[in-house]
Design a protein around this ligand. Structure first.
Ligand code: ADP
Ligand code: MG
Length: 342
C-alpha cells in the first residue's frame, strides 16, 4: 500500500505554510502573533519585539554570475529589515547564518560581509550573531532580524477598514524588469563571451534587483508625523499578491487605479523595450521591497504632500471584490499572479 503523496505545487507555498500552521500550538502568552504576518510579535514588557527570517539560496534567489557578493550581502539584510518595516517597527538587531562551499575564499566571504556591514550601517542595525557551516551546493544565507515598537504602533495585515486609503511608497516593477535585463545580458554573454554586457543604460532597474533598499526611512517618518497605518505589508511578491493578502487578512475588498500606480521612467521604457506590459510589471513583478499600507481618511492630510508616498486606491467591502480601474475607466478584476516558488 502506498502512502498518499501530495505535490507541493498542488497547494503552493502559501498552502503549505497554512497546512503546517494548523498543527502548531502556541504555548506562551508572550507570543502575541505567530505565523501569518510579515514578522512574529513578542511581548517584551513595556514594548514588543518583532522577529522575521528569510533564506537566500544561490541559484534560486541570486545568481553569482551577475550579482556581486557585497550586493548579495546587502540584499540579504535589506529583505529582512523590509519585513520589520512592514510591521511599522524599527529594526535593531540581525543574526546572519551562512553555508559555503570550498569554492569561496576568505576574501569572497569578506566581500559578502562588506555588503552585510554596509547594510547594518545604512539601516542602523547591529549584527549580533549567526552560524557558519559548509554547503555542498552553493552559497546559502539566512538572516533573522529583530525590531521594536510600542504595541499600539504595530501595523498588521489584518487592520484595513472600509474607506481607508491605499498607499504605496517609491515606485514598482523595477526589480522585476532589472532581473529580465540581467538574465538577457547573461544569455548574450554565454552565447558569446567576448561580448561586454550593456548595462549602463539600465542602472536604476538592475540596482533595484541587485541591491534593494528597505523602507525603514518611511517607518521613522510615520512616527514623526504621528500616523499609524491601519494595515501594512512589504511588497516582495508583487503589489497584486500583497493586496490579496491584506484583503484576506482584513476581510475587505479594494479598488486601485491604473493611473495612480507609481512607475519609474526607466522601468517603463525598459519594460516596453523587452515587450512586457509595464502595468503587469508593477502589479505582478516581485522584489521591490517598497511598503503598501492603508490609512484612515483622517490621516490623509498628514501624508498628502509626501513626495514618496502614492495614493493608489481605497478599501471596499469584501463583497465588492478587488478591482483595478484602467486608464479608460473600466473596472477589471484584479488577479494575483505574484511569485511562485514551486
Ligand atoms: P514574507 O514574504 O513576508 O517573508 P512569507 O510569505 O515567507 O513572508 O511567510 C508568511 C508567514 O509564514 C510568515 O509569518 C512566516 O514566518 C511563516 N512561515 C514561512 N515559512 C515557514 C515555515 N517553514 N515554518 C513556519 N512558519 C513559516
Ligand atoms: Mg513581507
Amino acid at each position: 500500500m502506498s502512502e498518499k503523496r501530495t505535490e507541493i505545487s498542488e497547494i503552493g507555498e502559501f498552502g503549505l505554510i497554512d497546512r503546517l500552521h494548523q498543527k502548531i500550538k502556541i504555548q506562551h502568552e508572550s507570543s502575541l502573533k505567530g505565523i501569518g504576518d510579515d514578522a512574529a510579535v513578542i511581548d517584551a514588557g513595556d514594548h514588543v519585539k518583532v522577529v522575521t527570517t528569510d533564506l537566500l539560496l544561490e541559484g534560486v534567489h541570486f545568481d553569482l554570475s551577475y550579482a556581486p557578493l557585497p550586493h548579495v550581502g546587502f540584499k540579504a539584510v535589506a529583505v529582512n529589515v523590509s519585513d520589520v518595516a512592514a510591521m511599522n517597527a524599527i529594526a535593531k538587531q540581525i543574526t546572519v547564518s551562512i553555508a559555503i562551499t570550498n569554492r569561496f575564499s576568505v576574501e569572497a566571504v569578506e566581500a559578502l560581509y562588506a555588503g552585510i556591514n554596509a547594510a547594518c550601517e545604512h539601516f542602523g542595525v547591529d549584527l549580533v550573531g549567526g552560524d557558519t557551516t559548509s554547503s555542498r551546493s552553493g552559497l546559502v544565507i539566512s538572516v533573522t532580524a529583530i525590531g521594536e515598537a510600542q504595541k499600539e504602533q504595530l501595523s498588521y495585515r489584518s487592520g484595513a477598514k472600509e474607506n481607508d486609503i491605499i498607499c504605496v511608497t517609491g515606485d514598482l516593477g523595477g526589480a522585476f524588469v532589472g532581473l529580465q535585463v540581467l538574465e538577457r545580458e547573461k544569455q548574450v554573454f554565454l552565447a558569446n563571451p567576448n561580448m561586454q554586457p550593456e548595462l549602463e543604460k539600465y542602472q536604476i532597474v538592475t540596482a533595484r534587483q541587485l541591491r534593494p533598499d528597505a523602507r525603514m526611512d518611511i517607518v521613522h517618518e510615520l512616527r514623526e508625523i504621528g500616523v499609524v497605518p491601519t494595515s501594512m505589508m512589504d511588497i516582495s511578491d508583487g503589489l497584486a499578491s500583497e493586496l490579496f493578502h491584506i484583503c484576506k487578512a482584513s476581510g475587505v475588498g479594494v479598488t486601485i487605479y491604473e493611473d495612480k500606480l507609481p512607475i519609474d521612467k526607466q522601468t517603463f521604457d525598459t519594460a516596453v523595450e523587452l515587450n512586457m506590459d509595464p502595468i503587469t510589471c508593477v502589479l505582478n513583478g516581485g522584489e521591490d521591497y517598497e511598503l503598501i499600507f492603508t490609512i484612515s481618511q483622517e490621516d490623509y492630510k498628514k501624508l498628502e504632500k509626501h513626495p514618496d508616498i502614492h495614493f493608489i486606491g481605497y478599501v471596499n467591502k469584501e463583497a465588492d471584490g478587488k478591482h483595478l480601474v484602467t486608464k479608460s475607466g473600466t473596472a477589471v478584476a484584479l488577479k494575483a499572479q505574484g511569485w511562485k516558488h514551486f
